[in-house]
Design a binder for this molecule. Structure first.
Ligand SMILES: *[C@@H]1O[C@H](CO)[C@@H](O)[C@H](O)[C@H]1NC(C)=O
Ligand SMILES: *[C@@H]1O[C@H](CO)[C@@H](O)[C@H](O)[C@H]1NC(C)=O
Ligand SMILES: *[C@@H]1O[C@H](CO)[C@@H](O)[C@H](O)[C@H]1NC(C)=O
Length: 182
């Protein structure tokens, strides 16, 4: 019994000491007053290429279980261009993962960072996270955040498949993105 009491005191004391020590790692900044927000519209084409010697998208996991490739994971570093032609100006790249997350309908969960390398938004990027039912001609993804000029971003991306080769998996997708940011 007495032993338990001592143990309890040791616990209480060490917790109190931990609380006291932890106070060093943060400070309060008062009320957050958001600056006015602006909206930026982005338009580009994403080139997801799985074929050839220099693919921009590579399978990491390829399960052999269902027709939708459920469980499959693809890593990508896809160029973004101003026009549908790969030879048009490259304005950035999208890096992330496509994950096959639907057991019935071909869906690639999109988890990507879309970064820009030209103009005003050079060095800035937006973070996108959504399910992406790629067999539907028009789709929408959520913009959940951003970096640089797109800090604290929120928004959405509207997607349309411009062309796709179901044999190789190569696809060109048109993106219209509405970004609200500071
Ligand atoms: C993949 O699945 C097919 C069809 O069920 C089967 O014929 C083939 O042997 C499987 N391949 C591997 C590597 O398991
Ligand atoms: C983009 O930013 C990088 C790093 O700051 C710089 O090296 C590059 O020249 C810039 N490119 C353009 C087109 O502004
Ligand atoms: C993007 O917007 C342009 C101009 O309004 C339109 O022509 C195009 O169809 C849109 N594309 C997508 C994928 O929403």
């Amino acid at each position: 019994m007495e032993k338990n009491m001592i143990l309890a005191w040791i616990l209480i004391l060490s917790t109190a000491m931990a609380v006291a020590r932890c106070q060093d790692y943060y400070s309060h900044g008062g009320l957050y007053v958001p600056p006015p927000r602006k909206v930026t519209y982005l338009h580009f084409f994403l080139h997801d290429t799985m074929s050839g010697n220099n693919p921009s998208a590579v399978p990491i996991v390829s399960p052999n279980t269902t027709t939708t490739g459920f469980g499959g994971v693809i890593a990508f570093d896809d160029p973004l261009t101003v026009g549908p032609d790969i030879t048009s100006e490259v304005i950035g790249n999208a890096q992330g993962l496509w994950v096959s997350t639907d057991k019935d309908v071909l869906t690639l969960m999109a988890c990507l960072d879309i970064g820009f390398t030209k103009g005003e938004f050079n060095g800035s990027s937006i973070s996108v996270l959504s399910r992406n039912p790629i067999t539907e001609s028009a789709r929408e993804l959520a913009v959940v955040g951003g970096k640089g000029k797109f800090r604290m971003a929120k928004g959405y991306a509207q997607l349309k498949t411009y062309s796709v080769n179901f044999k190789t998996g190569d696809a060109i997708v048109e993106y219209n993105v509405t970004v609200i940011h500071y």
